[in-house]
Design a protein around this ligand. Structure first.
Ligand code: ZN
Length: 146
């Protein structure tokens, strides 16, 4: 019998872990650094790490492009954090500071923030400009992660 696995990128060291689907992913730890693969919280990444996560993740990656000076981004933050708590490990939740990573924002055609993206196996599966409700994120994860 073959064990079906999915690739999960470590939020701490970016190692690519193969996690059996039969195993509860919320308890899985990284084979290299032993960090929990899902901590129920968004992960702050830079452009290079974002590329690695998107290219190697078999779970959808939900991205919040934000900046510290942006009021609506501050309103979005607790909604996004709550979504990570309730929807991981079905998806990975990632934050990108556009002040520190302007190229990442350009790569995805981000015109204003907050900007939310659902990336699935390297492709943009959904996007939303501006503040969003929790149900939007939940709907994305349900559609993409099943
Ligand atoms: Zn690790």
């Amino acid at each position: 019998m073959t064990v079906e696995k999915r690739r999960v990128v470590c939020p701490k060291c970016d190692s690519i872990n193969a996690v059996p689907r039969s195993r509860p992913a919320e308890k899985a730890r990284c084979g290299r650094c032993h960090a929990l693969l899902f901590e129920g919280a968004p992960v702050e990444l830079d452009a290079a790490r974002l590329r690695k996560h998107i290219a190697n993740s078999d779970v959808p990656v939900i991205v919040d492009f934000w900046a510290p000076w942006c009021g609506p981004c501050q309103a979005m933050a607790p909604i996004f954090a709550q979504a990570a708590r309730s929807l991981e490990p079905r998806a990975r939740f990632v934050k990108i500071n556009v002040d520190d990573n302007p190229q990442a924002a350009r790569d995805y055609g981000v015109q204003g923030i907050p900007a939310l993206f659902a990336l699935n196996r390297g492709e943009v599966a959904a996007r939303h400009a501006g503040l969003a409700e929790a149900n939007l994120l939940k709907g994305w994860v349900e559609r993409l992660a099943g």
